[in-house]
Structures are given as structure tokens and as C-alpha cells.
Ligand binder design. Structure first.
Ligand code: KG4
Ligand code: ZN
Length: 366
């Protein structure tokens, strides 16, 4: 089953074609560099660029996959959550194609999309060490039961717009365990970068600068929010970084910019703090859900090498494995993950795929 998917929930216009939830035939993404000068995404600009870019992105995707529109079995689109005007360009484009080409359209929750990014270009069977499944990716895995042995898993989805914990009981059955009460972790990375004048998006830049810094130099808070809580809070960490930055400025009578060492040390200490918060929360989540067989780490922040390394080490010490998307491009927003998610949703209930107009919902609940 070949699904043509659209993702426009924030500032990337993305189109992909995915076969049977796992095989990516083409995945194209056009980023919007115009937001750089504002230090964050401007919704009005994002919507304008999506509507300018979507047709070109679609054509490039079909060309890359080398298939015609006739070979597409269904369409998929992110219908929320995200920026309303950005979502709206994607849902309008996909709905228009559904009605015009008479193709069924499957709406997909953005975070369930991130959760499904783990299956892209991977054989689900390989995920469980003790799995005897003979799942063959060249054939359609028509029964979700084939891969049910690898569940339940703990999923940490971390990006610019969300930081959430889920217990995934099977491919489409997810229970939310907790999430951020204020800033998302990616947002905190972006704000730290902005305070240090490093540009946007800040995550990759902070990650690079941290490599040359002293991780012990500054101590930032690690809010645990009570003994049992699986929620997160990053606004206090961000404020502590802000106070350190202001104190540094005050040290000099004629402040002329931060030293490279200061920038690197703040980035390194901040990154270490985020890693320790995640590790402590994962430890708690496993203790509360000892049946989990693995931990999945997805979303833009899962591209971070330091976090990957440290989380993997800890999770292995707990007798479980850390799983991450097969490619960096599947961590950040992309349409392939939406094509994968749509396939699993369709496997569960084929009635969700209809020739239809799908509305955008910026506050869609999972
Ligand atoms: O998943 P995503 O593309 O968009 C949302 O759904 O929000 O995530 C974007 C976020 C940004 O905050 C960006 O700074 C962060 O992911 N990010 C990173 C890295 N690459 C992207 N954060 C830390 N380290 C990275 N290497
Ligand atoms: Zn996202």
C-alpha cells in the first residue's frame, strides 16, 4: 500500500511516499529560512511559504519516487496539533487532492507521526531481540499482530513543540504518561541559543557548541515535580541559564560579547542538565511500567548525539534498548512519518480512509 503524505504543522513543507508503513520511496522537505531573522517561527510567514511551496514539493516527491499519481493508494495529512494556519495549508491541499483524484485521505495526529518515525526504513521485526517473527517487508504486513511481540514500549517524543511520555501498548494503542507543563525541551534549546545570540533553530547549534564546553561548569535546576510525576518543566532551567548570562554580562564594565569558552560551557552544562532530567524521568517511567521492553526516543531533539549516547547507556543498564529513528531527517518534522502512521491507523480501521475534506485542529488531542 503506497501512501502519499503531507506534513505542514510548523515551518517545514514536507511531502513523502511510504509503502507499507516502513519503506520510504521518497521524502522531500522544504525548510523556511525566512524565520531565522526573527529568532522563531512567524505563523503568517509560515502559512504563506507553505502555500507557495506545496505544489513544487509534491512534484519533486513524485519525480523522486518515479511513480505516477495513479499508483498512489491513499493520501495522509497532519491535521493537528500545530500552528493553525500552517496546518490549514496542508489539510486544504490534501483534501483538494482527495476530492479531485478520488483518493481516500487519512488524517494523522502529529505526535503519533513522530512515534511512527521509528519504523521508517527499519524492519519492525528487528526491534525485538527475541522475536521469531518472519515479517517480510516486501509483502504487506497485513496483520498488526505480526509485530505485537515487541510491545509495550516507552516513547519519549521531544521536539520544539512537545515533550511527552507515552506507553505504547501496541502500534496504535497509546497512553499518555506525562508531558511538559511549560516549555518543550526543543524550545528550551532554541531559547538558550537565542539568549547567547547563536541563531535558530538552536538545538543543533547548542549541541555543537556543547562538545567543546565544560559540562560541570554551571549547575542548572532539575525539577522533578514530586516523587511520582512523569511531567517535565524546562522553564526554570531556561531562567537559570538566563540568570547566568546576565551575571556574565555584569562582570564587564564595557561588555563586548560573550567569550567562546563561556558560550561552550553554558551549552555543555545545559545539555548535561537536559540529559540528566530525561534519564531520571525514564528511570521513573520504567519503574512504574516494568513491562516495557524498549524505549523509543523520537522528535527533533532525538537528533542530539550527546542525549542519544547518554540515554542509550542508561537504558542498557536497565536491561532494555534505546531505539531511535534510522536517519536524522526522520527525527525532525517530515512527511514520511505521517505516511507510516497513516498505514498503521488504516491497518487498525480501514474506515478512517475516506474521500473527504479534513479540517485542521491546532489543539488536537491524541
Ligand atoms: O520535531 P521538530 O522538527 O518540530 C516540532 O515538532 O517542534 O523539532 C524541532 C526542534 C527544535 O526545537 C530544534 O532546536 C530541535 O528540535 N533540535 C535539536 C537538534 N536538532 C533539532 N535539539 C537538540 N539537538 C539537536 N541536534
Ligand atoms: Zn514535530
Amino acid at each position: 500500500m503506497k501512501i502519499l503524505a503531507f506534513e505542514t504543522s510548523c515551518d517545514d513543507t514536507a511531502v513523502a511516499i511510504v509503502e507499507n508503513g516502513t519503506k520510504v520511496l521518497a521524502s522531500v522537505r522544504v525548510s523556511q529560512l525566512e524565520h531565522d531573522k526573527y529568532g522563531g517561527v512567524v505563523p503568517e510567514i509560515a502559512a504563506r511559504l507553505h502555500s507557495e511551496n506545496w505544489r513544487g514539493t509534491l512534484e519533486e516527491c513524485l519525480n523522486l519516487a518515479g511513480i505516477s499519481e495513479k499508483e498512489i493508494d491513499a493520501l495522509a495529512v497532519t491535521n493537528g496539533p500545530g500552528l493553525q494556519t500552517s496546518l490549514f495549508t496542508g489539510t486544504t491541499a490534501a483534501s483538494f487532492l482527495s476530492l479531485l483524484c478520488q483518493k481516500p485521505l487519512i488524517p494523522v495526529h502529529h505526535i503519533f507521526g513522530h512515534m511512527s518515525s521509528i519504523w521508517l526504513d527499519q524492519n519492525p521485526a528487528k526491534f525485538s531481540r527475541n522475536l521469531s517473527s518472519n515479517l517480510n517487508l516486501n509483502k504487506s504486513p497485513s496483520k498488526l499482530e505480526l509485530i505485537s511481540e515487541k510491545f509495550p514500549v516507552l516513547v519519549l517524543t521531544v521536539s520544539g513543540g512537545h515533550t511527552e511520555f507515552f506507553l505504547q501498548k501496541n502500534m496504535t494503542d497509546v497512553v499518555r504518561l506525562g508531558g511538559t507543563l511549560d516549555d518543550a525541551a526543543g524550545e528550551a534549546f532554541d531559547k538558550v541559543a537565542k539568549m547567547l545570540g547563536l541563531g535558530y533553530p538552536g538545538g543543533p547549534i547548542v549541541g555543537n557548541r556543547a562538545e567543546d564546553g565544560d559540562r560541570e561548569k554551571y549547575k542548572f535546576p532539575q525539577p522533578m515535580l514530586g516523587k511520582e510525576s512523569l511531567d517535565f518543566s524546562f522553564s526554570g532551567v531556561k531562567s537559570a541559564v538566563y540568570r547566568e548570562i546576565e551575571a556574565e554580562k555584569k562582570k564587564y564594565e564595557n561588555f563586548a560579547g560573550f567569550s567562546q569558552n563561556f558560550i561552550n560551557d553554558v551549552c555543555a552544562s545545559f545539555e548535561k542538565t537536559v540529559a540528566e532530567i530525561f534519564i531520571k524521568k525514564i528511570k521513573r517511567a520504567i519503574a512504574q511500567n516494568p513491562e516495557v521492553k524498549a524505549v523509543h526516543f523520537v522528535g527533533g531533539v532525538s537528533a542530539n548525539e550527546y542525549l542519544r549516547k547518554n540515554l542509550a547507556k542508561f537504558i542498557e543498564s536497565q536491561g532494555r534498548e534505546l531505539q531511535i529513528p534510522a536517519k536524522f531527517e526522520y527525527c525532525t518534522d517530515n512527511a514520511a512519518m505521517i505516511g507510516s502512521a497513516a498505514f498503521w491507523l488504516y491497518q487498525k480501521n480501514s474506515e478512517i480512509a475516506k474521500i473527504q475534506y479534513v479540517d485542521a485542529n491546532s489543539r488536537l488531542k491524541i
